[in-house]
Design a binder for this molecule. Structure first.
Ligand SMILES: NC(=O)c1ccc[n+]([C@@H]2O[C@H](COP(=O)([O-])OP(=O)(O)OC[C@H]3O[C@@H](n4cnc5c(N)ncnc54)[C@H](OP(=O)(O)O)[C@@H]3O)[C@@H](O)[C@H]2O)c1
Length: 270
């Protein structure tokens, strides 16, 4: 395993974040996970209170890690929410909320740990993206917007902090079997038959849910994140998850967009 690292994993109460924090803990690292409701979850690692949309909570969580461990070697920006619903049915407030968690939340965390990482002369920041950061998925447009934005944020940040010895990577999972199916937020106007998109949206979401339930285990994403934390895997971008999805994403730049979208529309019955 090498040296013990101090690792902060956001959204460690469930799914990918929990599997990552537990696996890193098992491997002997000093892990701090987070949840908005830490009292509701038992974990083998320390669980701190954190809402990534709250500036003060972010500062407090990072200060708590530094006070206890004296350093932060790795930050895993995993916390995220999935918003479903047609773009037309999504209110600006709902759109801003998902962008606040999935994009600005990552930036808040990075801003908060970077002074310590620069001061100690190194560190690694791992942002959990998604296949939805490479494909515009119908009825998840705002979620896709957040994950596309995270791709650009990650690439820019990586260039900015490399001179300080800090490395930044994006891990993009495909479908992963987690509580995402239960936790997916629905845009309020998309929820019922009053929406012009109702049948198509409902059918597409049912497909997403079936694919997620049959997805890769969260442990497979955790294993890749651990490899990056431990320096066994390098590079700016790591696609993980079902092979067919990794092939799809890998070949996407070579497929005309119209043809790619035709295939997606057939797959989702649109
Ligand atoms: N599952 C998939 O198929 C899939 C595929 C690609 C990418 N991803 C990405 O993987 C990440 C984890 O998703 P998951 O599937 O593991 O989902 P999940 O089981 O629903 O877990 C989401 C985690 O995020 C935390 N969270 C949500 N909002 C938060 C906030 N405002 N502040 C702090 N923490 C917050 C939750 O913690 P609390 O509720 O306890 O605060 C929870 O631990 C997300 O970024 C997601 O976009 C998932």
């Amino acid at each position: 395993m090498g040296a013990q690292k101090v690792v902060l994993v956001t959204g460690a109460s469930s799914g990918i974040g929990r599997a990552t924090a537990a696996y890193l803990h098992e491997r002997g690292h000093r892990v701090f996970g987070t949840s908005r409701n830490p009292d509701r979850h038992a974990a083998p690692f320390q669980l701190l209170a954190l809402d990534v949309t709250d500036d003060a909570a972010v500062a407090a969580a990072v200060a708590a890690v530094l006070a206890e461990a004296g350093r932060i070697d790795a930050l895993v920006n995993n916390a995220g929410v999935v918003l479903a619903g047609a773009v037309e049915d999504t209110s600006p407030a709902e759109a801003l909320a998902v962008l606040n968690t999935n994009v600005v939340g990552v930036q808040r965390m990075a801003r908060s740990v970077l002074p310590a990482m620069r001061g100690q002369g190194g560190g690694v920041i791992i942002n959990v993206g998604s296949t939805a950061g490479s494909v515009g998925m119908p009825f998840q447009g705002l979620y896709c917007a957040s994950k596309y934005a995270l791709e650009g944020l990650t690439e820019a940040l990586r260039l900015e902090v490399a001179p300080f010895g800090v490395s930044v990577a994006l891990v993009a999972p495909g479908d992963t079997a987690t509580a995402v199916v239960e936790n997916r937020i629905r845009a309020r106007a998309s929820a019922g038959p009053a929406s012009a998109y109702h049948p198509a949206c409902a059918a597409t979401l049912a497909r997403y849910e079936a694919d997620e339930r049959a997805g890769a285990p969260a442990g497979s994403v955790a294993a890749r994140i651990a490899a990056i934390v431990e320096g066994r895997s390098r590079g700016p971008r790591h696609a993980v998850g079902p092979l067919a999805q990794r092939i799809l994403i890998g070949t996407r730049p070579f497929i005309p967009t119209a043809l790619f979208q035709w295939g997606l529309a057939r797959y989702y019955g649109l």
